[in-house]
Design a protein around this ligand. Structure first.
Ligand code: IPM
Ligand code: MG
Length: 352
């Protein structure tokens, strides 16, 4: 198969980790006789520096005409300490999600036996953890209007809005994902307080009737934050709105031992984007030390979700697993003789 991939390295360690994922994809193309064509686009701080816009029109067009998007990271500390900055790299990410309609963010949380001792949680707790956070990504408080300062600057307003369509669409995504797993969906909300949460519950209960094989349960978000750490093995698919999903997926990443390990997919109507769940990690930028596995596993998700290449995706996951079992890793996961970003990428390619 021939596929066009938009490559958006972005900021910080983004370029280093995406380089390794591209290396791995090229290896897969060679082994399974595919052709992957990579076209690079600007996004985030890198795009602001060159064009003044964190998500330039050219990048948007490139994304829309590609079969899938591989993305590194966004964020530059230069903008973080300047609340008056008019354009911020993160706006590029939000614009990209909204404009490309990337409504479903899928973040799998899993552990590797060889890394059990890396998690701050006990081995008995994290053993065999395998769940997926399905986070709504293009609505809720991240995008709701009004969003403004009022009262001569003495009041600030954000708004959480959800439409029926937005909730229905992501709910179907979550139930379909559960069907290919252990048939369980946990809806996480704050329905004891929020109207939007009560609306979510109503709709999810209605849709659940169409999936009789799926067991549905509910958790309030504060309780969910606790249960994810106390009994992570009990979860299969967690369905939640935008901001709860943002917070819970960072929390859940701790279970695995290093946030550098985790991939994600952002599924859209027109195209889908794949990125590690970690950020731009500016302190490590250019040092060739960041963990590329989150991005490499994101490439595996791309092969599976966007291209239907299941064996190819499995080949990547197997190579990663073997690499870790052989004791190789970057310094976030290996104490003695850690490999550099590029050496770890090369090791994984070797095993493919
Ligand atoms: C994420 C990030 C983003 C978010 C930031 C960088 C805007 O934390 O992808 O989880 O909040 O969605
Ligand atoms: Mg986040």
């Amino acid at each position: 198969m021939k596929k066009h991939i938009a490559l958006l390295p972005g900021d910080g360690v983004g370029p280093e980790v995406t380089t390794e994922a591209v290396k791995v994809l090229k290896k897969i193309a060679e082994k399974f006789d595919h052709e992957f064509i990579f076209n690079e686009g600007l996004v985030g701080g890198a795009a602001i520096n060159k064009t003044g816009n964190p998500f330039p029109k050219e990048t948007e067009e490139l994304c829309l005409k590609s079969d899938a998007i591989l993305f590194g990271a966004i964020g530059d500390p230069k903008y973080d300490n300047d609340p008056s900055a008019k354009v911020r790299p993160e706006q590029g990410l939000l614009k990209m999600r909204k404009k490309l309609g990337l409504y479903a963010n899928v973040r799998p949380i899993f552990t590797y036996e060889s890394l059990y001792n890396k998690s701050p949680l006990k081995k008995e707790v994290i053993k065999n953890v395998d769940f997926v956070v399905v986070r709504e990504l293009t609505s809720g408080i991240y995008f709701g209007k009004p969003r403004e300062r009022r009262d001569s600057g003495n009041t600030a307003v954000d708004t959480c809005v959800y439409t029926r369509y937005e909730i229905e669409r992501i709910t179907h995504t979550a139930f379909k994902i559960a069907r290919g797993r252990r048939n369980k969906v946990t809806l996480v909300d704050k329905s004891n307080v929020l109207e939007t949460s009560r609306f979510w519950r109503e709709i999810v209960i209605e849709i659940a009737k169409k999936y009789p094989e799926i067991e549905l349960d509910y958790l309030l978000v504060d309780n969910a934050a606790m249960q994810i750490i106390k009994r992570p093995r009990d979860f299969d698919v967690i369905l939640t709105e935008n901001m709860f999903g943002d917070i819970l997926s960072d929390e859940a990443s701790v279970i695995t031992g290093s946030i550098g390990m985790l991939p994600s997919a952002s599924i859209g109507q027109k195209t889908s984007l794949y990125e590690p769940i970690h950020g731009s990690y500016p302190k490590a930028a250019g040092k060739n030390t960041a963990n590329p596995i989150g991005t490499i596993l994101s490439a595996a998700m791309m092969l599976e979700y966007s291209f239907g290449m299941f064996d190819e995706a499995e080949a990547i996951r197997e190579a990663v697993k073997k690499t870790l079992e052989d004791g190789y890793g970057t310094k976030d996961i290996v104490k003695d003789n850690p490999l550099s970003t590029s050496k770890l990428g090369a090791k994984i390619c070797e095993l493919i």
